[in-house]
Design a protein around this ligand. Structure first.
Ligand code: ZN
Length: 126
């Protein structure tokens, strides 16, 4: 399961970050998932629950936000959001991976990754 391995990495990086502090309990973990990862958010939450059963993240809430795609065009210098193509038949819009300005191939600079944005935790002696 794709979601499971990604969530394992996210949980690992959160735990790594928490090692630096004297954390008593974690309340919320905020992550952003790039839309081009095509991860199912519910599956990520499910994996998160399993992966945090036996550690300090137990009972913490995972807050997922979708990270919009940002592209860069080397042909005309455009940098920004991409356009979407609507698939009426499947009620689905998918990102077009070409420059909205000139139609050249673009480089995706955001949207293919998952990042931990914020961790709300209770710290000892505060
Ligand atoms: Zn362009």
């Amino acid at each position: 399961m794709h979601e499971f391995s990604i969530t394992t990495q996210l949980v690992d990086s959160v735990l790594q970050e928490l090692k630096k502090y004297d954390v008593k309990k974690v309340n919320e973990v905020y992550i952003e998932i790039g839309e081009l990862t095509f991860l199912a958010h519910e599956q990520v939450k499910f994996a998160y629950e399993i992966l945090t059963k036996d550690n300090i993240l137990k009972d913490s809430k995972l807050v997922i936000k979708e990270r919009k795609t940002v592209c860069k065009c080397s042909a005309c210098g455009y940098e920004g959001s991409i356009e979407y193509e609507n698939d009426e038949a499947h009620h689905f819009s998918f990102p077009k991976l070409c420059c909205p300005k000139c139609g050249s191939d673009v480089e995706i600079i955001k949207g293919k990754d998952c990042v931990v944005k914020n961790i709300k935790a209770v710290v000892e002696n505060v």
